[in-house]
Design a protein around this ligand. Structure first.
Ligand code: ADP
Length: 489
């Protein structure tokens, strides 16, 4: 005997838990790589652009202030230079005013070089403003130079701004360190989250698997719990339903084996005892012999029907049934069923009434559809009780025709009505009244009607009777179709 052991120590790379955890960690690492890549390769460009825009914005504000509020300009420029950490110089025809808010652009020699360079560029460019990036010896002393013409009341002035491009290295280092800690925390948090999420996802699946294993061992009382997720809840609901159906089928199957063996045993015993009777007693008396032979024949027919039903259900279940589709008059088919029934049932005191509609055609397997009608009528006779009055009705509505078999018998309890189409199902009333049957007839009917894509159902109330019906699409009379085709040709 082979013994299979779960190797728990080995990592199952195909499990949802590992896959979720792995995907999350990879995703977190990817995000971090992107973040660090951006910081490493693009932060300088981004910072430079942002700083340039900021300086231009500040210059615009200064220019507006200079034109609109000449008295307050100096105070405003000092404030701006201080808060933005920039060097501002305003050259008027009479004076040169400096507002210095920067500590890193300190050296006068560098400043005058910068001013010279940018004013040369401004002269060459004409009216408007110019900017220039001046690289320093290190990254932290790179500067952004700005110059513009600033006229007021016909007076020509020049505005210069010098702004350090980058924060000093300490700030950069602090930022990088911060980013490192953030990345570390991000990685830890995302791993924990991934672990928790993967556990949350797999827990209901593990529970469902455990329950399914129990079910496979024949424990139908097991409850499938889908926990918090809609999908697993749906799965649990479906599995609970499946387990209920399995239990039901198992129960009916066991019951039918008992019933079928009983049903098979009775005619077999009858056949055997009547055959023995012919052999021993009535063989020489033609009259008695014929009567005994009739019993044998009818018991054989009963056997035949039972075996036929079991075969039909099994064929329908395995889709092993071939339909012989044709276009036929359903009213005529129903009349045939009615007539063969009327003869049989009137001898047993039944009154069967036929209410046809005007003749109409359907596309289907005539023999199978008649089998459905016969089954409905058979059941109507079987379950009619003392009220032996049955209606067979056909009605048309639009492009549909429906067949109804209405009895006024025992009816079906409302909580059992949904199950009558299940194979081997027999309502509780049968057990009380010991009505013979296999519970296969309506399962066969359902199979046949499903193959025809027909709508079907039963309306019933307990003690009052039942109306078993199905509905098919009508089609044109075959000759009409042919005539039309001929004309078009
Ligand atoms: P059975 O061989 O038991 O008649 P069916 O599949 O034809 O099997 O019917 C299934 C069950 O549905 C029956 O056992 C019966 O309980 C119920 N049933 C079917 N037709 C009728 C009816 N006309 N009136 C009341 N109950 C019916």
């Amino acid at each position: 005997m082979a013994i299979y052991k779960d190797d728990k120590s080995k990592l199952d790379t195909a499990s949802i838990k590992t896959t979720t955890l792995f995907s999350f960690v990879v995703f977190a690492l990817f995000l971090l790589a992107v973040l660090w890549g951006l910081v490493q390769f693009f932060i300088d460009t981004y910072y430079e652009r942002a700083r340039t825009q900021e300086v231009i914005r500040t210059a615009n504000v200064l220019e507006t202030e200079f034109r609109q509020n000449p008295e307050g300009f100096s105070k405003f420029a000092i404030q701006t230079a201080g808060t933005s950490g920039i060097y501002i110089r305003l050259d008027t025809p009479s004076d040169s005013l400096v507002y210095d808010g920067t500590s890193s652009v300190e050296e006068t020699a560098t400043l005058s070089e910068d001013i010279e360079s940018i004013s040369k560029k401004l002269r060459a460019a004409g009216p408007g403003s110019v900017t220039e990036v001046r690289p320093g010896t290190g990254q932290s002393d790179s500067r952004l130079l700005y110059a513009s013409h600033l006229s007021r009341n016909g007076e020509k002035n020049l505005l210069y701004i010098i702004a350090p491009l980058y924060p000093d290295p300490t700030t950069f280092r602090i930022l990088r360190n911060m980013l490192f800690y953030i990345s570390f925390i991000f990685l830890i948090v995302s791993t924990i989250l991934a672990y928790m999420l993967s556990r949350r996802i797999t827990l209901p699946i593990e529970n469902l698997t455990k329950a399914a294993t129990e079910l496979s061992q024949g424990n139908y009382n097991v409850n499938f719990d889908g926990s918090a997720f809609t999908e697993t809840k749906e799965l649990a609901k479906a599995l609970n339903k499946a387990s209920y159906e399995m239990e039901k089928t198992d129960f009916y199957q066991r019951e039918i084996i008992a019933n079928v063996s009983h049903d098979l045993k009775t005619p077999l015993t009858m056949i055997r005892s009547y055959a023995e009777k012919i052999l021993d007693i009535s063989g020489d008396n033609p009259e008695k012999r014929n009567a005994d032979l009739h019993v044998i024949i009818s018991e054989t027919e009963r056997l035949n029907k039972l075996v036929g039903d079991i075969l039909s259900v099994s064929n329908l279940q395995s889709n092993n049934i071939e339909l012989h589709m044709e276009t036929f008059d359903i009213v005529e088919a129903a009349r045939d069923v009615y007539e063969s029934f009327n003869v049989l049932s009137s001898s047993r005191g039944f009154e069967v009434e036929f209410h046809p509609c005007r003749s109409c055609y359907v596309h289907g397997d005539r023999t199978r559809i008649m089998q459905v009608m016969t089954n409905f009528a058979d059941n109507a006779v079987k379950y009619s009780g003392d009220d032996k009055y049955i209606d067979i009705k056909l009605s048309r509505s639009g492009k549909k025709v429906s067949f109804h078999c209405i009895d006024h018998g025992i009816g079906i309890p409302s909580d059992e009505i949904g199950h009558v189409w299940d194979k081997y199902y027999r309502t509780s009333a049968n057990h009380e009244r010991a009505i013979e049957g296999t519970g296969l007839g309506l399962a066969i009917v359902k199979g046949i009607l499903n193959l025809h894509n027909a709508k079907f159902g039963v309306d019933s109330s307990e003690g009052k009777g039942s109306d078993f019906w199905f509905e098919l699409d009508t089609v044109r009379k075959p000759s009409e179709k042919k005539d039309k085709k001929d004309k078009s040709e």
